[in-house]
Design a binder for this molecule. Structure first.
Ligand code: ATP
Length: 571
């Protein structure tokens, strides 16, 4: 496990380590030491067969066959007493995806752990399966491994040596044979101190711990381990299992670590992931961009593999219960609607509106003295909110196959109309509404592949405020206007609904003034209005279907939709 490239790189002299023939430690029954199961940098693992029982044996620790992990006293990892791994197992043993340790103690020259007997590791499985695993198997390993790392991380630890050899399946022929475990906690470290704070960052370029082939670039560079490193190693593990190799294999000699690191840094993500299905590259992309102390979004990573994990549980080669639990508490919500307290007004909503019906709904609203105030799109159908309280004096709109049809917008700007609402469909069409009577004096918009925070900041400095936001697929369209409506503005952006952020902002006097959602992000512009209205209350609602009954209940309380967006957000 220490500075090794992979299990194929190990060489041992079996005669050097003669483990006892029988073991009894820490009040355990007596075990006969049988077949060797595996061997790593420090430890050797054998099957132990129970030959006696002890009084009051706890359930689970009465197994007839166990795994015995031997570590030589005074070896590198045990200079100051029992291996550090023991302490980590005290915290993690038996929790989701971690083998259970029943007894531990020393005997003769060894520290010995008695643990659940498990099945083959993923390295052996990979070797026996013509050195590649199916996409379906890799996807199941991915999601379940992410949930196991989430569990280990939630207890304050980083595993530190994520690789195929350390993932074990349950024993063949038992109900656990499709269950995944992550063993070998010998290189675990704490990322969280006893007060729950993140450990401090440091870098010691000479201090490498881990396995060269799967180590994160940060680990190569000697940076303090944090959760991102386990996830990066997991990404390399998965890619290795699918492709059968990684681009930095084959270096030899004293300088190997350095050369591997250099190659890792120089190889593009496309190059590392070539011939892997897209979710694996997306996963790698997410995790290599994690900051030292950033909270990984495990649920989000798991959902990247949604499309390639078999929907039929029986067809899955690995059990993914842990991953599903991880997502279970994560209610998927689609609609986010924002309500403002207003003086009574007439408001109307239309949802699931197909293109052909857009004109008739809008015309009817215009005839009844209403203007469009918010727009959204779900599954290429439109949601249109119209009301009588907009203050607009005239309005035009345009549906187009492009996300923001520049020519039409320029033409309408010339005529003193300003964009007052916009929405885009998953496939890139847009519906743009421009109005007169908006209180805007100048306007600018930007369409981009990622949220254009830099551009927004620049525009803020020039006196513009976000006045509309829309998305089309993963593209964002942000409209900013010079106006005297607000005195300050901020943006809350999250993979989830940024509940905490929004509540904090509300307390500071901000109100949501624009919202947009993509399949994996939601964005809110929150502003402090210049004119303080008497009742400034605001509420948000997240629902999986269009909130038609809720809207009516809100109207009864004089709360009216002020923004609405649709995005597959997770809360
Ligand atoms: N509980 C278990 N049941 C079955 N096999 C096991 C068990 N624990 C470990 N093994 C086998 O023994 C191998 C080495 O175990 P482990 O990784 O714990 O030892 P190590 O010396 O710390 O190894 P490394 O050098 O890889 O860190 C594993 O890859 C696995 O094949």
């Amino acid at each position: 496990m220490f500075d090794s490239e992979g299990s194929d790189a190990f060489e041992y002299d079996d005669c050097m380590d003669i483990v006892p023939k029988e073991v009894q430690v820490g009040g355990s029954p007596l075990y006969k030491v049988a077949k060797k199961l595996g061997k790593g940098g420090f430890g050797q693992v054998y099957v132990g067969c129970r030959v006696s029982s002890v009084a009051n044996m706890k359930k689970g620790s009465d197994a007839v066959e166990v795994a015995l992990k031997f570590e030589r006293k005074y070896s590198k990892g045990c200079i100051n007493g029992p291996p550090f791994e023991w302490q980590v197992y005290n915290k993690l043993s038996g929790s989701h995806g971690v083998p259970r340790v029943h007894y531990k103690g020393s005997q003769g020259d060894y520290y010995i752990m008695v643990m659940d007997m498990l099945g083959p590791n993923l390295w052996d499985t990979w070797k026996n399966k013509s050195q590649t695993v199916s996409t379906s198997m890799a996807a199941c390993i991915a999601v379940e491994a992410i949930s196991i790392l989430k569990n280990i991380h939630s207890k304050g630890y980083v595993h530190g040596d994520v690789k195929p050899e350390n993932f074990l399946l349950g024993p063949p022929g038992t109900p656990d044979e499709k269950k995944l475990f992550l063993a070998d906690l010998g290189l675990a470290t704490k990322w969280q101190d006893s007060r729950g704070l993140h450990v401090g960052y440091d870098q010691r370029p000479d201090a490498f711990r881990g396995t060269v082939r799967y180590a994160s670039v940060h680990a190569h560079l000697g940076r303090t381990s944090s959760r991102r490193d386990d996830l990066e190693s997991l990404a390399y593990t998965l890619i290795f299992l699918i492709r059968g190799s990684l681009p930095w294999q084959g270096f030899q000699g004293d300088n190997k670590g350095f050369l591997v690191c250099k190659k890792k840094m120089a190889t593009s993500l496309d190059g590392i992931c070539s011939s892997c299905p897209k979710p694996f590259q997306e996963f790698l992309e997410h995790v290599v961009n994690l900051k030292f102390d950033e909270d990984p979004n495990y649920a989000k990573y798991i959902s990247l593999f949604d499309k390639i994990v078999d929907s039929n549980p029986d067809a899955r080669p690995i059990n993914i219960d842990g991953a599903q639990k991880c997502l279970a508490g994560q209610k998927r919500v689609q609609w986010i609607s924002v309500y403002d307290a207003r003086r009574p007004l007439k408001q109307r909503y239309h949802y699931n509106v197909a293109d052909v019906r857009v004109d008739s709904h809008i015309e009817k609203g215009y005839n009844d003295g209403m203007f469009i105030t918010s727009l959204a799109s779900s599954d290429n159908l439109w949601a249109i909110i119209m009301d009588s309280g907009s203050g607009f004096s005239a309005q035009v709109y345009s549906r187009s196959p492009y996300f923001f049809n520049k020519d039409w917008i320029m033409e309408m700007w010339e005529k003193n109309y300003y964009i007052s609402a916009a929405a885009g469909t998953r496939t890139g069409q847009s519906l743009i509404v421009m109005s007169k009577g908006t209180q805007y004096s100048q306007q600018s918009y930007k369409v981009s592949d990622s949220f254009p925070y830099k551009w927004i900041s620049k525009k803020w400095r020039e006196g513009f405020y976000i006045t509309s936001m829309a998305t089309a697929g993963s593209k964002s369209g942000i409209v900013m206007s010079r106006c005297s409506l607000y005195s300050r503005q901020v943006v809350e952006l999250d993979f989830l609904y940024p509940s905490e952020g929004i509540h904090k902002r509300w307390e500071e006097g901000y109100r949501i003034t624009a919202a947009a959602g993509t399949p994996d992000q939601s964005a809110f512009a929150l502003s402090i209005p210049r004119k303080i209205r008497r009742d400034q209350s605001q509420e948000t609602l997240r629902t999986s279907t269009f909130p038609s009954t809720h809207v009516k209940e809100k109207w009864d309380k004089n709360m009216y939709i002020s923004s609405i967006c649709y995005g597959r957000t997770v809360s």
